[in-house]
Design a protein around this ligand. Structure first.
Ligand SMILES: NC(=O)c1ccc[n+]([C@@H]2O[C@H](COP(=O)([O-])OP(=O)(O)OC[C@H]3O[C@@H](n4cnc5c(N)ncnc54)[C@H](O)[C@@H]3O)[C@@H](O)[C@H]2O)c1
Length: 260
């Protein structure tokens, strides 16, 4: 095989998944884009070129994930890399007032979808005794934030990542998670412009003075998938511009004021 193996990226029709698909393609992988958004997924595949193909699939549907995994193996070969970036991102809401159907769907897509994909794509990695999986956590994996099903689901994804790392480690398959802070993308930009997000407040709890873009998250994911990370497994790597450090620091009397 002339390329370093097949990389399956879920949620690659946009955002972090798209940036990751582009980055892994640049690293030489053949790319399988798995997403519910056919128009977006096809467009990303076309713009990457012949090394990328789009596969329509709802990751919440375990049977559909198994079927797409079989198709990808038939078309492109066994998966060597899996990145689970498919997900739904809600707004803040109260647990007492939240819509339970939306709550269940969030779990189905974000948590169960991750489980379905890890199970389906770990099988060829175990058979080949080689593979790397990166799940999408979040700063929500570590701290309570007021987006209930999302927040708890991201904490569960960190634990899932650890359990899988131990279960698959003997087969030479590594499993890690990345935990981005707010990622600067068009939806966040639009919310800031519409006055729904206050960048001064957001930045006051970050150590760095700017937020990452999808390509910055893709860099961390590509590292975890690479041979440079050969002995890294079971970790959650924050890509958070110092949010985890800053958010507790600022609770102590507001912290020491910035000196520009
Ligand atoms: N954007 C952020 O600030 C941020 C921060 C931390 C973590 N994350 C995580 O990163 C991941 C990607 O987020 P993003 O910002 O790129 O979001 P995005 O909305 O740009 O991309 C998510 C993709 O997932 C796809 N998708 C949604 N439901 C699906 C389903 N059921 N089956 C298959 N595909 C589905 C969408 O079509 C979309 O292409 C998510 O897991 C998110 O929780 C994002």
């Amino acid at each position: 095989m002339s390329h370093p193996g097949v990389a399956v990226v879920t949620g690659a029709a946009s955002g972090i998944g798209e940036a990751t698909a582009r980055r892994l393609a640049a690293d030489g992988h053949a790319i399988a884009i798995v997403d519910v958004n056919a128009a977006g997924g096809e467009a990303v595949a076309r713009s990457i070129g012949a090394s990328a193909r789009f596969y329509g699939c709802d990751v919440a549907d375990a049977a559909a994930v198994d079927a797409v995994a079989a198709r990808i193996e038939r078309d492109l070969g066994p998966a060597r890399v899996l990145v689970t970036a498919a997900g739904l991102i809600p707004n803040a809401e109260s647990i007492l007032e939240m819509d339970m159907a939306a709550h269940d769907r969030m779990w189905q897509v974000n948590y169960h979808g991750t489980v379905h994909c890890c199970r389906a794509f770990a099988r060829p990695m175990i058979a080949a005794r080689r593979g790397a999986i990166v799940t999408l956590g979040s700063i929500n994996s570590r701290m309570p934030l007021p987006i209930p099903a999302y927040n708890m689901g991201k904490a569960a994804i960190e634990r899932l990542t650890q359990l899988l790392a131990v279960e698959l480690g003997r087969h030479n398959v590594r499993v890690n998670s990345v935990a981005p802070t707010y990622v600067m993308k068009p939806p966040l930009r639009a919310k800031v412009e519409a006055g729904q997000r206050d960048m001064t407040k957001i930045m006051s709890v970050h150590a760095l003075a700017k937020l990452p873009e999808p390509a910055n998250i893709a860099d961390a994911i590509a590292f975890l998938c690479s041979e440079q990370a050969a002995f890294i497994t079971g970790i959650l790597l924050p890509v958070d511009a110092g949010w985890l450090a800053g958010v507790s620091y600022r609770t102590y009397a507001g912290g020491v004021p910035w000196k520009e």
